[in-house]
Design a protein around this ligand. Structure first.
Ligand code: K1U
Ligand code: ZN
Length: 216
């Protein structure tokens, strides 16, 4: 009967999902595939679904997400599915673009205990300051990492799942994650920041790892 959820994940589940249908039975956004939703469900555990993550160079990763205008139970279910998918993949962030949903939804949890879920809907950076270099990875580029320079601090205006606007300030690695996920929603990926030479080396490494994984 599905995967057992550790206590922390169960509390995330309770906090985020309402008494509603599943990702597959009750897709979001309303209108289903016609409205841009076609995330294949990789696993269904009875309450939440693991979504398939698109991998580079899938052209759908270049889609610009539209703002969310309907804040309903299906949105909450989608956000719960995104957290479930991010935790299962050992990621610290995930953008809706990566699961082929082109709406401005992102989730992050950078805590060691995996108990500080943050969902930002329609996020906009209103202030940024400083610079930092951080070695980034990406669930859409499994197994490869590169240094990227981004703002050290960001102030973001966003909506919560009830549609209420709030501001959120992040610094250091959390600010990196916010910027990385917002880039996904704009159709941008971290290798876009690399020089042509570094990008080409990293993409060759990605290809080599994929071949090794396929042959293993
Ligand atoms: O793909 C993503 O958008 C998730 C990504 C977010 C991120 C946070 C902070 C800095 C850069 C990127 C990650 O979760 S990368 C972290 C990671 O450890 C990882 C990478 C590939 C596979 C599994 C985990
Ligand atoms: Zn990413």
């Amino acid at each position: 009967m599905g995967i057992p959820l550790p206590a922390v994940r169960a509390s995330v589940t309770e906090a985020l999902s309402g008494a509603i249908g599943t990702g597959s039975q009750n897709p979001w956004p309303p209108g289903g595939a016609a409205a841009g939703y076609s995330a294949p469900v990789a696993y269904y555990n009875g309450g939440m679904s693991l979504l398939s993550i698109l991998e580079f160079p899938d052209p759908r990763l270049r889609t610009r997400a539209a703002p969310v205008s309907v804040f309903d139970a299906r949105l909450r279910q989608f956000v719960a599915d995104m957290f479930e998918t991010m935790y299962a993949a050992n990621g610290v962030g995930l953008a809706a673009t990566q699961v082929n949903v082109h709406q401005q939804v992102l989730v992050i949890d950078m805590s060691d205990e995996r108990n500080q879920p943050l969902a930002l809907i329609n996020a906009e950076i209103v202030e940024k300051d400083g610079a930092q270099v951080y070695q980034e990875g990406c669930l859409s580029f499994p197994g490869v990492y590169a240094d990227v320079t981004r703002a050290l601090k960001v102030k973001v205006k966003a909506h919560d799942m009830d549609g209420k606007e709030f501001t959120y300030e992040a610094e250091g690695p959390l600010a990196v994650a916010v910027q990385h996920e917002m880039d996904h929603l704009a159709g941008k990926v971290f290798v876009d920041y690399l020089s042509p030479l570094k990008r080409s080396l990293l993409l060759k490494r990605l290809e080599k790892q994929r071949k090794q994984a396929a042959g293993a």
